[in-house]
Design a binder for this molecule. Structure first.
Ligand code: NAD
Length: 475
């Protein structure tokens, strides 16, 4: 059985307690993880505080910080295979996806490496003749980065990259469901040569370790990705340390197809949009909103494509859909599909768990037209597409916005004027037109409503890890 360590103050430790990690493809224990308790969290935050104010890190030029980040990006690339295999093993996410994602994780570190020495203050044209006044952008402080189990290397890169570029220090909490890739990534942080305490990486259970971290008085900013209920707990915790927060939460993203769209291309995007990562993606296009006149044709194309998907072992390069991360998640999906069918939704395809001991659920499409189905409202985080139809643009907008979430959306049409109208009216942080799931370090990413606040990616994200100091100098 493999065994992992936590990384606190530049040292790898076993931790006082350990817990088992399950392989979702088999349902068996495959690794032992260190369980950080309150005193581990305290030591990690204190190490991050020391590293913020003393020693090599605050004395380093921004250019030197950037060079360390470039080195880290190179190490991520050089170790891509190991990282991808560990992520696949621990989360069940297929090796094709984890391998592809690692390549752009390195890109995110390079983007923020390049930004490190481009974070600038301003000289103010002050209304006093005997004063020079300017602003400095200083690190916001100690950052608590809390991430969920899906895409941990990516979801932590969008926090660690800008935070380090800005000169912050961090305590990163990996998800207890699948911490292996982040605990392994700690070795690369160490090898890159970041001073001790600048990046600390641990894992443990949310209500204990996550809570201790997010209410710790030494934390200045909390960068959280996860579900809305956990986010509410994190915000309540932040009332104790008055840390600022950025929240990247769930979604129930609309995927809108007009009759004039290229239906085959839209179907490919829809299949990838909902079944990639076995639907365990915050931007999953989980509500298809299709123009009624093409609904039957579009569903026939989707059904054929969904049924052709190769379900299998996540470490096999030929596999297109793997298991869900946990048994609990698989059972939750099965329960919501069952009540939706009872409420009158029609099964187009799927609707059952896979065979064997792993946590598989077959790609599923539910026609929910005219039905009040739980699958339309609930973020399932699984391979289940709920279908609705519309007869007017007005109705498409109403259905798209009929959710407390607002993370992503897709619009498929050849009518450019209509696309522009939809872009303005959809309440979501991302609108993809005639494409879906494109991401880049250059583009901001984040939600409206229950999908969160703050943006990750882009220059503004690096500035979010700074605070402004105003300097008054009598001349
Ligand atoms: P979760 O909210 O259960 O857990 C997220 C993290 O919070 C974990 O590390 C967990 O240990 C920690 N946590 C739990 N309780 C805590 C507490 N009381 N205090 C502090 N930390 C605590 O989420 P999950 O089930 O692991 O992941 C799925 C959710 O994440 C979905 O809602 C999904 O949409 C969302 N997500 C959002 C994005 C995005 O960028 N918007 C990306 C991926 C996933």
């Amino acid at each position: 059985m493999q065994s992992f360590q936590q990384y606190i103050d530049g040292t790898f430790e076993d931790g006082a307690a350990r817990f088992d990690s399950i392989d979702p493809a088999t349902g068996s224990v495959w690794a032992a993880m260190p369980e950080a308790r309150e005193d581990d969290v305290d030591r990690a935050v204190k190490a991050a505080q020391r590293a913020l104010w003393n020693g090599a890190w605050p004395a380093m030029t921004a250019t030197a910080r950037g060079k360390l980040l470039y080195r880290l990006a190179d190490l991520v690339e050089a170790n891509a295979r190991t990282l991808a295999e560990l992520e696949t093993r621990d989360t069940g996410k297929i090796i094709r996806e984890t391998s592809a994602q690692i390549a752009y994780v390195a890109d995110y570190y390079r983007y923020y490496a390049g930004l490190a020495d481009k974070i600038e203050g301003a000289t103010l044209a002050i209304d006093k003749a005997d004063m020079d006044v300017w602003t400095r952008r200083e690190p916001i402080g100690v950052v608590a980065a809390v991430v969920p189990w899906n895409s941990q290397l990516f979801l932590s890169a969008v926090k660690i990259g800008p935070a380090l570029a800005a000169g912050c220090t961090l305590v990163v909490k990996a998800s207890e469901e699948a911490p292996a890739p982040l605990l392994e990534f700690a070795r690369l942080v160490h090898e890159a040569g970041f001073p001790a305490g600048v990046v600390n990486i641990l894992t443990g259970f949310g209500p204990a370790c996550g809570s201790a971290l997010t209410r710790h008085p030494g934390v200045d900013h909390i960068a959280f990705t996860g579900g809305p209920a956990t986010a509410a707990a994190v915000v309540r915790n932040s009332a104790e340390n008055l840390a600022t927060t950025s929240l990247e939460l769930g979604g129930k993203s609309p995927f809108i197809v007009f009759a004039d769209a290229d239906l085959d291309s839209a179907a490919n995007a829809q299949v990838a949009g909902i079944f990639a990562a076995t639907g365990q993606s915050c931007v999953a296009g989980s509500r298809l909103i299709v123009e009624a006149s093409v609904k039957d044709r579009f569903l026939a194309i989707l059904k054929a494509k969904a049924e052709a998907i190769r379900i299998g072992a996540p470490l096999d390069m030929a596999t297109e859909v793997g298991p869900l991360c946990t048994r609990r998640q698989r059972d939750h999906i099965a329960a919501v599909v069952a009540v939706s069918l009872e409420a009158g939704a029609k099964l187009v395809t799927g609707g059952r768990a896979g065979e064997g001991g792993g946590f598989y659920y077959v790609p599923t499409i539910l026609d929910c037209d005219g039905v009040s189905a739980a699958s339309v409202e609930t973020e399932l985080f699984g391979p289940v597409l709920s279908v609705l139809s519309f007869t007017s643009e007005e109705e498409a907008v109403r259905l798209a916005n009929a959710t407390p979430y607002g993370l992503a959306s897709g619009v498929f049409t050849r009518d450019l004027a209509r696309a522009h109208r939809m872009i303005k009216r959809i309440r979501a942080g991302i609108v993809w037109v005639n494409t879906y799931r494109a991401v880049s370090p250059i583009a901001p990413f984040g939600g409206y409503g229950q999908s969160g606040q703050g943006r990750e990616g882009g220059l503004a994200a690096a500035l979010d890890y700074t605070k402004t100091k105003t300097v008054w100098l009598r001349t």
